[in-house]
Design a protein around this ligand. Structure first.
Ligand SMILES: N[C@@H](CCC(=O)N[C@@H](CS)C(=O)NCC(=O)O)C(=O)O
Length: 217
């Protein structure tokens, strides 16, 4: 039975998972959320109503990191996105948490705030999110010293998380020029064929970016 992925090309967490699929050329059925007839099934599978959702043999696999762990375990390919050495795997999972919690979450906060009506906006929360991004960029700039990818020389789950989070975070709250390693790393992620493909598939949706997608990348 084919793997079914409910996703949207412009969604950062969906792109995180798409990178993992594309790294290994893993075959799957791509069901976009634009297709109204697909609405009911993913919501029934995950009443929290967040995407992506993977269905494998009728079982729903939830949360982007867990989907990538699941692929690594049950549908492995040549690119091992989680190292076999448990200590190295812990480093990868730490960086995956870092990108989700301290880059993706504040980036989503800033973007979501802009979609709301003026009255429902939360300027204090946005300022906090911007401050978190500045702290995260600074920490990451130091952490990346001597590394080719998020945790070293091998592309991993952590880089799947890094790519869409830094991609959109730089649109929402630009990465300062002083953070040269972060800026170089973001550029390198954009050049990775798996992520370049996900970014290209999402190009038609750029006019929907509420802050206005910059004319670059
Ligand atoms: N913790 C979830 C987050 C998923 C998430 O935030 N997905 C967004 C799209 S990037 C979503 O479903 N947004 C729709 C909504 O919040 O209604 C994961 O890791 O998969």
């Amino acid at each position: 039975m084919a793997l079914k992925l409910y996703a949207h090309p412009f969604s950062s967490y969906c792109q995180k998972v798409l990178i993992a699929f594309y790294e290994n050329d893993t075959p799957f059925e791509y069901l976009t959320l634009d297709d109204a007839k697909n609405g009911a099934e993913p919501e029934a599978l995950w009443p929290i109503k967040k995407f992506p959702v993977l269905v494998d043999e009728g079982r729903a696999i939830l949360e982007a990191s867990i989907i990538i762990e699941h692929l690594n375990l049950h549908h492995p390919g040549p690119a091992r996105l989680i190292p076999e050495d448990p200590r190295a795997a812990l480093d990868v999972r730490l960086m995956d948490r870092f990108f989700d919690n301290y880059i993706m979450t504040p980036m989503q906060k800033i973007v979501a705030d802009r979609i709301r009506t003026e009255n429902d906006r939360d300027p204090y929360g946005v300022t906090e999110a911007q401050a978190m991004l500045d702290k995260a960029y600074a920490w990451l700039d130091t952490a990346l010293a001597g590394r080719e990818w998020a945790t070293g020389v091998t592309f991993s789950l952590a880089d799947c998380a890094a790519a869409p989070s830094l991609f959109y975070a730089d649109w929402a709250h630009p990465i300062g020029e002083a953070f040269t390693r972060v800026r170089d790393y973001r550029r390198k992620l954009l050049a990775r064929p798996s992520f370049a493909r996900a970014v290209d598939e999402a190009r038609p949706y750029r006019p929907y970016f509420p802050l206005g997608a910059p004319d670059r990348d």
